[in-house]
Design a protein around this ligand. Sequence first.
Ligand code: GUN
Length: 286
Amino acid sequence: MAETIDGRAVARALDERTRAMVDSLVAEGNARPGLAVVLVGNDPASEVYVSHKTKACERLGLASFEHRLPAETSEADLLVLIADLNARVDVHGVLVQVPLPDHIDEARVLEAIDPAKDVDGFHPVNVGRISAGTGGIRPCTAAGVVMLIKAVEPELAGFDALVIGRSNIVGKPVATLLTQEGCTVTLAHSQTRDLPEKCRRADIVVAAVGRPELVRGDWVRDGAIVIDVGISRSENADGKGQLVGDVAFAEMQHARAVTPVPGGVGPMTIAVLLHNTVEAAKAFAG
Ligand code: GUN
């Protein structure tokens, strides 16, 4: 039987380390680490994410600053807010929830965030540093994925990894981080040929495309580690929604370990976000 990787437990362990860092920073007379979260418009999924982020800050003792702006906010006004947050000494992390409304240039906004406060790890300076292996803030979900893999297998050098999905938020940074861990990485996407065959060669499979149960049991070799980043809502016959991942979980008994949905990658994202914020505060404290 495959091990089910308990993302909630790994996230809790990271939270404990984050909380201890907050306590020692404050005890040393530094400002309490603070995270500013900016939400433009009222996308329901984003509203939920933002309130989870704020609650997690309260739980771990960080200060949080929520900025909820109307959907018609201009790009110029958003850039003014970001400049203000960049300058504030009580704000160590700045996160602008994406997607942004269509009239706002997302790249311009993300590039306006001080890279030292870019706790999402989306700024090109951080993307470049991570890619070059010269430090940088790691994107939360991607870093969480690697932590879950290492919870099963701490030494990844030499493993063949297949990452399915080339998004800037997950697929590309996961491929970068696994390359740095010494894996031989294949980055697959919608134009990839013969995906099942590539999947069967992989020791580690990371699925991040948002296609319910794309990865089937006969795609996965015996003993592989399977990480499911996908999260979609399916409608049951009774009309109740059920969360499903990109991996057919019930078909993975022959794998070494697999993450469930929910309770796998999901809990890691916010835990890494808060950890990144406290690391940023520590860097400002010098
Ligand atoms: N939208 C979906 N996921 C994320 C995330 O991790 N960070 C931000 N800023 N927006 C998101």
